[in-house]
Design a protein around this ligand. Structure first.
Ligand code: C5P
Length: 316
């Protein structure tokens, strides 16, 4: 008896769908994060400019008889893999929307830290939507997937699209920022432990209430103009984050991380999203490598260099 040769993992191809779908998804940073007032629904009105950068998680989806998730890398052993996991929620949301059974074996390889201000969980949810859409042959367009994504978290629609984009509402309403194809070079300094996003938002509300927060950022016009100029020194002067004082108040050591990056030659540094990751803009790839090498392990746990913008969740 002869057996047909099949590539590894292709044992389910006869059931009609693809065998193993691998999706790569980037981290996000906010070049501008303007936080407005707290809304009645518990979210803050945002005015933000997102950028997807080349620090990636990878999600592989295979056919299965139930829904199961395994993981390796950043946060393995710390992150629950049950129904509370945003990956499982994303798979269930897509299955319910498309009217198909939520059956898949999902495996996550994480590089993006948990609760780091880089939208790692949101990235994984976006990757799940793209992977399961291909695995189940539901064939939804990116805009339709972004619609489902909005129900999963404020940053998830952006990570379906990627690139550089303006975010409004609670961050879920994204429109692309069209710029010339220039790459910006970043150094990503990852801290020990995380900061919970709700905690950072509560802290900025508290600091504002007691008059201890700086004036909120103005609109995104200056940042968008700086992006068009394609000059890292100009962009460096325009980046800003209203949540930064909150993150520093929760984790005072971040002030030292920011100073260390600038001492190491970065053009500017900000806390990424709700922190505690700090990101530094460098003049070019060589300068980024130099800043990364000079960042002392005493001020952060791990350093990556990355460039942006890059596309959102994509099959590889
Ligand atoms: O949308 P997501 O689930 O990622 O948000 C997590 C939490 O962050 C929210 O429950 C809320 O406390 C806070 N948040 C906010 N305003 C936003 C986005 C998030 O207050 N625009």
């Amino acid at each position: 008896m002869t057996q047909a040769w099949r590539p590894e993992g292709d044992d389910d191809s006869r059931r009609g769908g693809a065998a193993a779908i691998r999706v790569r998804v980037p981290a996000k940073i906010n070049l501008h994060l303007g936080v407005g007032p707290l809304r009645p629904d518990g979210y803050h009105e945002l005015n933000t400019v997102y950028q997807a950068i080349s620090l990636y998680d990878e999600l592989t989806a295979r056919r299965g008889d139930t829904l199961a998730l395994t993981m390796e890398g950043e946060g393995a052993g710390e992150l629950a893999l049950d129904e509370s996991n945003l990956v499982i929620k994303a798979a269930r949301a897509l299955a319910a929307y498309a009217g198909v059974p939520a059956h898949a074996r999902l495996h996550l390889r994480k590089q993006i830290p948990l609760a780091g201000g880089l939208a790692g969980g949101s990235a994984d949810a976006a990757a799940t939507l793209v992977a399961c859409d291909a695995l189940w042959g539901t064939g939804l367009g990116r805009d339709e997937l972004a619609g489902i994504a909005a129900g999963l978290g404020s940053d998830v629609p952006f990570l379906v699209h990627g690139g550089t984009a303006l975010g409004t509402g609670r961050g879920e309403a994204v429109s692309p920022v069209l710029t010339k194809p220039v790459s910006w070079h970043w150094v990503v300094a990852i801290a020990d432990g995380g900061i919970s996003t709700p905690q950072a938002y509560r802290e900025i509300d508290r600091l504002r209430e007691i008059g201890a927060a700086p004036a909120p950022l103005a609109g995104t016009d200056a940042l968008l103009a700086a992006l068009r100029q394609q000059d890292p020194a100009v962009l460096a002067a325009a980046i800003g984050n209203d949540l930064q004082p909150a993150a520093i108040s929760i984790r005072p050591a971040l002030a030292e991380t920011l100073k260390a990056g600038e001492r190491a030659g970065a053009l500017a540094g900000i806390v990424s999203g709700s922190g505690p990751t700090c990101v530094f803009l460098a003049a070019d790839a060589d300068a980024a490598a130099q800043v990364a090498a000079a960042l002392d392990p005493s001020v952060c746990r791990l350093v990556h260099t990355a460039y942006g913008p890059v596309p959102g969740a994509r099959i590889v």
